[in-house]
Design a protein around this ligand. Structure first.
Ligand SMILES: Cc1cc2nc3c(=O)[nH]c(=O)nc-3n(C[C@H](O)[C@H](O)[C@H](O)COP(=O)(O)OP(=O)(O)OC[C@H]3O[C@@H](n4cnc5c(N)ncnc54)[C@H](O)[C@@H]3O)c2cc1C
Length: 471
C-alpha cells in the first residue's frame, strides 16, 4: 500500500519511526507542506525559515540517494495533504506527533479531511524522547515541577534508535520547488551568513563533535559565555534534524557523567509536556500572579533592550549576538529575559515574540517556557525575588570580558576592571579608551538596584492580589 510520509519538524532519516512504518507498509511519497499560517504568522522569522529551507534541500538530497525525493507543496495542510494523498494514490499518511496548540488543531483538521477522502492518518512518536501521556507522577498526574518530572522521565526505558533506511521504495509525483524567502513574502534573513550549516548530516556532525569531548566538561563550561561549552544543537532538535532519543542514548553512553546535559534535553521535554497538558500557557501566564502584574508601557525602553542599548554590557552583548547570529547563549537568554521582565517591568510576551522572530532555534514550547521562567510566572519558575544582577552575572560567566568585547566593539579598549560596568569609568579613562559614556556607549537606562526593588514590590503586590482572589 502506498503511503505519504508528511515531514514536519522531523527532517531526518535516522531514528524516524513514522518513516520506518511508512516504508514497511510499501512505497512512500515524502511530502513537506510550507504552511503560510506558520511561515507568515505572528512569529514569522526569516532566520528560522532560511534554516528550514536549507534543511529541506538537504533532506531532498538524502532521499534522492535512497531512490526517493521530497515533494514540496505550499498551502493549508488540511487541503494540501489530502490532495497529495489522492494524487499519489496513498491509503495512509504517516507523520511524527507535534504538540503545540496550532499543530493539534492542524492535525485534527487534516485527519478529518483525510477521513473524508478515505485515507488513514497515523501520528507516531519521534519528536520527543517520551510522550506526554507516558511521564506521570506517583498518582498518575502530569507533572508541573521539573525535578520530579526529570526523575519520572529518566526512569522510563529507552527504545533502541532506528537506523536510517537504505533504499526507500518510492512513489513520485510532480516534485514542486523550494521557494526563496522572497517568494514566501519574507525579508532577507539578517543572520544568513552566521546560521549553522543546515540539514541532518551537518547536525549529526555537530552532535559527534560535542560527544567526542565537550560533553564531559559540559557541567563546568555550559554557563560560560566566553567558551563554546554547549552542543549548539537547539535548531537541530527544533527541526528534528536530530532525534532526541538518539541524542540522549548517545549521551548516556559517553565515557563520563553526562547527567547535566541530559537534564537540559529533559527541559525541552518538560516544556513540551507542559504545553501539551496546559496549552493556555501560550495565551496567559501559568501562575495566577502573572495576570496581576501591571506591566509598564514603555516602547523606548523596549527598543533599547531589543537594539542592545540598555547600557548594561551583558544584556546588550546578548541582544546583539541574537541580532547578528539568530542564536543566543542560554545564560545570556536568562539574563536578557530577566532584565526585560524585572528591571524594565515590560510584559515578557514582548520579549517572547522578539526572540521568536530572530532565533533560528525559536521553539514555541521552549521559548514560552524560558520566558515564563525568567518572568517568574511559569510552572517551575525562578522565584520573583531572585532577580539576576547583570553585572554580577557578567563578571561570573565572562570573567575576562571576551563575550562582551566580541559583541560590543565600542567597549573593546575599556580596561577589564570597568568593562562589566563601564559607567564607573572616570572621565580620563573614558577618554583614554575611546568610550565616552552617553556618547559612544549608553549610560544605564535604569539603576539596577532601584529597578530590582520596584520589581520585588510589584511582584509581591501581585502575589497578594492573586492569593486574595483565589480565596
Ligand atoms: C528566555 C529563554 C528563551 C529560550 N528560547 C528557546 C527557544 O526558542 N528554543 C530553544 O530550543 N531553546 C530555548 N531556550 C533554551 C536554551 O537557551 C537553548 O535551548 C540553548 O541555549 C540552546 O543551545 P545549545 O543547543 O548549545 O544547548 P545545550 O546546553 O547544549 O542543550 C542541549 C539541548 O537541550 C535543550 N535545552 C537546553 N536548555 C534548555 C532549556 N532551558 N529549556 C528547554 N530546552 C533546553 C535544547 O534543545 C538544547 O539544544 C530559551 C531559554 C530562555 C531562558
Amino acid at each position: 500500500m502506498t503511503s505519504v510520509l508528511w515531514f514536519r519538524r522531523d527532517l531526518r532519516l535516522h531514528d524516524h519511526p513514522a518513516l520506518h512504518a511508512a516504508a514497511e507498509a510499501g512505497p512512500v511519497a515524502p511530502l513537506f507542506v510550507l504552511d503560510p499560517a506558520l511561515l507568515r504568522g505572528r512569529w514569522a522569522s526569516s532566520n528560522r525559515t532560511a534554516f528550514l529551507l536549507a534543511s529541506l534541500a538537504a533532506l531532498d538530497a538524502a532521499l534522492r540517494d535512497r531512490g526517493a525525493r521530497l515533494h514540496i507543496r505550499l498551502g493549508n495542510p488540511a487541503a494540501v495533504v489530502p490532495g497529495f494523498a489522492v494524487e499519489v494514490g496513498a491509503a495512509d499518511v504517516f507523520a511524527s506527533r507535534d504538540y503545540t496548540p496550532y499543530a493539534r488543531r492542524r492535525d485534527a483538521a487534516v485527519a478529518r479531511a483525510l477521513e473524508t477522502a478515505g485515507v488513514r492518518f497515523h501520528a507516531r512518536r519521534g519528536t520527543l524522547v517520551h510522550e506526554p501521556e507516558e511521564v506521570r507522577g506517583a498518582s498518575g498526574q502530569p507533572l508541573t515541577v521539573f525535578t520530579p518530572f526529570f526523575r519520572a522521565w529518566g526512569a522510563l526505558p529507552l527504545r533502541e534508535p532506528l537506523p536510517a533506511p537504505g533504499r526507500i521504495p518510492a512513489v513520485t509525483a510532480a516534485p514542486g520547488e523550494l521557494p526563496t524567502l522572497e517568494a514566501l513574502g519574507l525579508p532577507p534573513a539578517p543572520a544568513a551568513d552566521a546560521l549553522p550549516p543546515a540539514g541532518e548530516p551537518a547536525a549529526r556532525r555537530r552532535l559527534e563533535r560535542f560527544l567526542a569531548g565537550p560533553v564531559c566538561a559540559y557541567a563546568e563550561t555550559r554557563d560560560r559565555l566566553d567558551l563554546s561549552g554547549t552542543a549548539r544543537i537547539s535548531q537541530d532538535l527544533h527541526f528534528g534534524l536530530l532525534s532526541p532519543l538518539e541524542v540522549v542514548t548517545r549521551a548516556r553512553a559517553a565515557p563520563c557523567d553526562s547527567t547535566k546535559f541530559i537534564a537540559e534535553v529533559a527541559w525541552r521535554e518538560f516544556y513540551h509536556h507542559i504545553l501539551w497538558h496546559h496549552p493556555r500557557v501560550l495565551r496567559e501566564p501559568f501562575q495566577p500572579l502573572g495576570a496581576s502584574i501591571p506591566w509598564r508601557d514603555d516602547p523606548a525602553a523596549f527598543d533599547a533592550w531589543a537594539g542592545g542599548r540598555t547600557g548594561y554590557p551583558l544584556v546588550d552583548a546578548a541582544m546583539r549576538e541574537l541580532a547578528a547570529t539568530g542564536y543566543m547563549h542560554n545564560r545570556a537568554r536568562m539574563v536578557a529575559a530577566s532584565f526585560l521582565a524585572k528591571d524594565l517591568l515590560l510584559d515578557w510576551r514582548l520579549g517572547e515574540t522578539h526572540f521568536m522572530r530572530h532565533l533560528a532555534d525559536g521553539d514555541v514550547a521552549n521559548n514560552d517556557g524560558g520566558w515564563q521562567w525568567a518572568a517568574s510566572v511559569g510552572t517551575d519558575a525562578q522565584p520573583y525575588f531572585r532577580i539576576f544582577n547583570p553585572v554580577t552575572q557578567s563578571k561570573k560567566f565572562d570573567p575576562e570580558g571576551r563575550y562582551l568585547r566580541r559583541w560590543l566593539p565600542e567597549l573593546r579598549n575599556v580596561p577589564l576592571p570597568c568593562l562589566h560596568e563601564p559607567w564607573t569609568m572616570p572621565p580620563h579613562l573614558q577618554e583614554a579608551s575611546g568610550c565616552i559614556i552617553g556618547r559612544d556607549y549608553p549610560a544605564p537606562i535604569v539603576d539596577h538596584a532601584a529597578a530590582r526593588q520596584r520589581a520585588v514590590h510589584v511582584f509581591e503586590a501581585a502575589r497578594q492580589a492573586a492569593t486574595k482572589a483565589s480565596r
